[in-house]
Design a protein around this ligand. Structure first.
Ligand code: CMX
Length: 133
């Protein structure tokens, strides 16, 4: 793994949270993007070299809706940038981690992504991501 690419935060209302986090960071999000396949509306803030992603559910069966219902708003996942997502998925599978998708999916912010089940990583939802070139 190369670095933490972003932290994902689940929010109930992304418009209100964009205002809140714009005040917190002193700058606006650089990108707003809906990812229909994941049932989320997202925004991305760049803080130095680090990114924060806010996620609001766009449907009641989205992972974010379920998360907020169960745990409330808060940190949802940690995403790590990898050089070769296929190789890293194979490596982690062989190490005993549970991959939530067998093939990389297209995620927000121009990335190929794969999630690891939080039950196989001490209760933390991990995302692998690789920039689509
Ligand atoms: N972090 C830590 N634990 C989590 C979690 C999260 N983000 N989401 C769910 N869990 C926990 C649940 O609380 C539950 O724990 P308990 O068994 O102790 O109650 C456990 O994981 C399993 O939950 P579940 O009810 O069996 O499964 P869910 O339907 O809640 O699904 C998960 C959980 C991780 C499999 C699902 O959310 C998933 O597939 N996530 C990957 C995709 C995703 O998160 N997409 C949205 C973001 C997209 C983007 O970044 O663009």
């Amino acid at each position: 793994m190369l670095k933490i690419e972003h932290l994902g935060i689940a929010v109930k209302n992304i418009e209100q949270s964009n205002e809140l986090f714009t005040k917190l960071f002193g700058k606006a999000p650089y990108k707003l993007e809906k990812v229909e396949s994941e049932g989320v509306s997202t925004s991305f803030f760049m803080i130095g070299e680090s990114k924060i992603e806010l996620l609001e559910a766009t449907s009641p069966d989205s992972a974010i809706a379920k998360f907020i219902e169960k745990k409330g708003e808060g940190i949802h996942h940690i995403a790590f940038e990898v050089a070769d997502i296929y190789a890293e998925m194979e490596r982690l599978k062989n190490e005993g981690f549970t991959l939530l998708n067998e093939q990389p999916k297209k995620g927000a912010d121009n990335k190929l992504i794969c999630f690891l089940h939080p039950k196989s990583s001490n209760g933390v939802l991990i995302e692998l991501c690789q920039e689509i070139k």
